[in-house]
Design a protein around this ligand. Structure first.
Ligand SMILES: [Cu+2]
Length: 232
């Protein structure tokens, strides 16, 4: 496997990495074959005294085959990659799980705004909280992010989760992930979006279940106080 990748903490990360490896090895082997052939021919048919160069017009089938056969092989490998990657793509990009925890994301030059619905679970209500560049989620839960942009195209990228999704102004794009390991992970913008792009960086904090409860109570102390009242 590709060991230089950042640590995978995502439920679907292994599948994504498998597609990456497949592409890497197919392209790698093909690259070595092609370059090997190139160097072989350059050496074998180099200019030598007393030997005239032949002008090949490529009209006979045996000549055409040098182009057609590799083209067919490349196409077949390409379809193989598509066939292996298609189901992974569908799972990651299209099948957003039901009942996922939802956070709205509004990207802007040069910040991530993460909007939480608050204890009432409703967005656009009084208890919404917007955090700048800090996304907090519990470990082992499906999280849906609804991605919007205020201005230009940004790209929501969490390398450890193997999620990358462009955000287009005027559209709401749904994405999801399930992070399994508590910790703090980088969340850069992966689309050149202006002067401050280099500085557009947030963090994903994955909490254990207890820790997440504690974090929620810090964010909405009033709700926690109400919840703590003994039932009468
Ligand atoms: Cu950006």
């Amino acid at each position: 496997m590709l060991r230089w990748f950042p640590e995978n903490i995502s439920t679907y990360g292994g599948d994504i990495d498998a597609v990456f490896s497949l592409i890497y090895y197919i392209v790698g082997v093909w690259f070595l074959l092609a370059e090997g052939a190139l160097f072989f021919f350059v050496f074998r048919y180099r200019r030598r005294a007393g030997r005239a160069a032949a002008y090949v017009r490529g009209e006979r089938f045996s000549e055409l085959a040098w182009v057609l056969v590799p083209a067919v092989i490349v196409l077949a490998l390409d379809f193989g990659i598509e066939a292996a990657g298609g189901p992974v793509w569908a799972r990651v990009k299209e099948d957003v799980p039901e009942h996922a925890l939802r956070v709205n994301v509004r990207a802007q030059q040069f910040n991530w705004n993460f909007i939480y619905p608050g204890p009432d679970g409703q967005f656009d209500s009084a208890d919404d909280v917007t955090l700048e560049n800090e996304l907090h989620v519990p470990a082992g839960r499906d999280v849906e992010v609804r991605l919007e942009s205020k201005d230009v195209i940004h790209s929501f990228f969490i390398p450890n989760v193997r999620l990358k999704q462009d955000i287009l102004p005027g559209r709401t794009i749904r994405a999801w992930f399930n992070a399994t390991k508590p910790g703090r992970y980088e969340l850069p913008c992966a689309e050149l979006c202006g002067f401050g792009h280099y500085n557009m960086r947030g963090f994903l904090t994955v909490h254990s279940a207890d820790e997440y409860e504690r974090w929620l109570q810090e964010q909405w102390p009033a709700a926690a106080a109400t919840a703590a009242l003994p039932a009468s």
